[in-house]
Design a protein around this ligand. Structure first.
Ligand code: FES
Ligand code: FES
Length: 166
């Protein structure tokens, strides 16, 4: 039995050496907000944070994540959808089918944590997620809307559901 720190809680799991983090999150920890798209690190649907770094969980073996590393999934980004990125997503009505959107939001939250006022080039570099519904324009607009509300860095910090701040 291995241990992993997810959304502020230490959880236990069992996995083969090559079992992706994505499958542990979804199938053992029942955190199904993180999606499977391509399985080859291309689409970004499976994006979570590992110590604040946006990580494609389909390609990260679960056993390679230390219990000292903090994993955050879409379920742990905030309480009640209150992260500025989540609010901006609602305000700008970003999702279509929604399948890619948790990965998009996690990538955007990591971007804004590091660059509270990103340029278009910053957004292009960070947002490599694929959306088959073509929401790219609204994703960009929502990132800028979130940045506009987050003039203080603290507003863009990740409020873990356990009360800690990343
Ligand atoms: S499912 Fe991981 S990048 Fe597509
Ligand atoms: S909203 Fe449908 S895949 Fe992006």
């Amino acid at each position: 039995m291995a241990k992993i720190n997810v959304n502020g809680q230490v959880r236990e799991f069992t996995a083969e050496p090559d079992t992706p983090l994505l499958w542990v999150l979804r199938e053992q920890l029942e955190l199904t907000g993180t999606k499977y798209g391509c399985g080859v690190a291309q689409c970004g649907a499976c994006t979570v944070h590992v110590d604040g770094v946006p990580t494609r969980s389909c390609q990260r073996p679960a056993n390679s994540v230390s219990p000292r590393e903090k994993v955050v999934t879409i379920e742990g980004l905030s309480k009640n959808g209150s992260h500025p990125v989540q609010k901006a997503w609602v305000k700008m009505d970003v999702p279509q089918c929604g399948y890619c959107q948790s990965g998009m939001i996690m990538a955007a939250a990591a971007l804004l944590k590091n660059r509270p006022n990103p340029t278009d080039a910053d957004i292009d570099a960070a947002m490599t997620n694929i959306c088959r519904c073509g929401t790219y324009g609204r994703v960009r607009a929502a990132i800028k809307a979130a940045a506009a509300t987050g003039s203080k860095q603290a507003k863009l910090d990740i409020q873990h559901t356990d009360g800690s701040v990343a």
